[in-house]
Design a protein around this ligand. Structure first.
Ligand SMILES: Nc1ncnc2c1ncn2[C@@H]1O[C@H](COP(=O)(O)OP(=O)(O)OP(=O)(O)O)[C@@H](O)[C@H]1O
Length: 313
């Protein structure tokens, strides 16, 4: 028997076993914001293996959602379904009420921009030329570059702080600059939804903060996968916690990032306290635990983990 099926129902923001819970039916009811992205009972199987199972989410327009979870939890697979690289085995994804499967490739490219974690190295083009690629979904074939196009590129470069790098080759940019150039390309695309797979990977802490603050400041609907829970807590409006392909919690950082939840899903012991600046959870990890089995730990085992680590609280 699957160990997940015999758990008691969890609170509204806590999706528990991810089987049959309808977060999107309840969490945003009564809010004025339009739902930009809605995912219903999404599943993706690879052969016999269920990689994603009954994932539900509802993201209001203009909000930033962080997808978090351990290695192999299904974060990238979920994003791939969202940007149509993968076709879900079950369920439906809607963008502003329209099933994304019903959009033409061109319409989808106008609405959704994607920034992947592996930045291409082979581009023999300037930063401005790379950014201008974002205009492609809006232009007719063989159309000329207009003054408005050049202005859009220049504005986007300014937004990401790369105006001085416009004529520098993309290949010669630093890692953080490359990441910002790719975000500038997404900005000129003027998407309704921006999807980024681990946009802060390999960046130093300054760029990590800068890029997430930049994304937040754009004011569009953003979905990112992210490993750094403290960064996610500080800068994401909503978090979706995935564990073995199941959405086990969604809500504000305060709702999702509890000590028990982190212990249960990541198998680590931590103390969660309000951050002195923004008040969202700040996680302090404890060391010296051993034999933690992610995803198999029950809530009532959290105190046992603390005892194992001999932490005075
Ligand atoms: N095309 C595929 N074929 C077989 N298995 C796959 C495929 N794509 C993903 N998986 C498996 O699905 C699981 C989830 O992978 P995914 O990359 O979505 O996880 P993730 O949460 O993004 O992990 P990480 O944090 O390590 O990047 C993994 O066990 C992975 O091996």
């Amino acid at each position: 028997m699957n160990a997940r099926t015999d758990q008691a129902p969890l609170p509204a923001h806590n999706l528990g076993d991810g089987k049959g819970d309808r977060l999107s039916d309840g969490l945003y009811n009564g809010l004025d914001a339009k739902v930009a992205l809605s995912v219903r009972d999404l599943g993706w199987r690879c052969g016999d293996r269920a990689i994603l199972s009954q994932v539900n989410l509802a993201l209001p327009e203009g909000k930033m959602l962080g997808i978090i979870g351990p290695n192999g939890a299904g974060k990238s697979s979920l994003l791939r379904c969202l940007y149509r690289f993968l076709t879900p085995s079950s369920g439906e994804i809607q963008l502003f009420g329209q099933p994304i499967a019903s959009l033409s490739a061109r319409a989808f490219a106008r609405e959704v921009a994607v920034v992947l974690q592996d930045t291409p190295q082979h581009f023999d083009m300037t930063t401005a030329q790379l950014v201008a690629l974002g205009l492609t979904p809006h232009k007719a074939a063989f159309s000329m570059t207009t003054k408005a196009d050049r202005l859009a590129v220049s504005q986007a470069l300014k937004t990401v702080g790369l105006k001085d790098r416009a004529s520098q080759t993309y290949a010669s940019l630093s890692g953080g600059e490359k990441q910002r150039a790719l975000i500038a390309r997404a900005i000129v695309q003027q998407p309704k939804l921006l999807i980024l797979d681990e946009p802060t990977n390999h960046l130093d802490i300054r760029y990590q903060i800068q890029i997430l603050e930049l994304l937040k400041a754009l004011g569009i609907t953003v979905v990112i996968s992210i490993h750094d829970l403290n960064l996610a807590s500080a800068l994401c409006d909503q978090l979706l916690l995935l564990d073995q392909g199941h959405a086990v919690a969604q809500g504000s950082p305060k709702q999702v990032l509890s000590e028990a939840q982190i212990a249960r899903v990541f198998g680590v012991c931590c103390q969660v306290a309000p951050h002195p600046q923004h008040g969202n959870p700040q996680i302090n990890y404890f060391y010296g635990y051993h034999n933690s089995q992610p995803s198999t730990r029950r809530d009532d085992e959290t105190s046992e983990i603390r005892e194992e680590t001999h932490v005075e609280r």
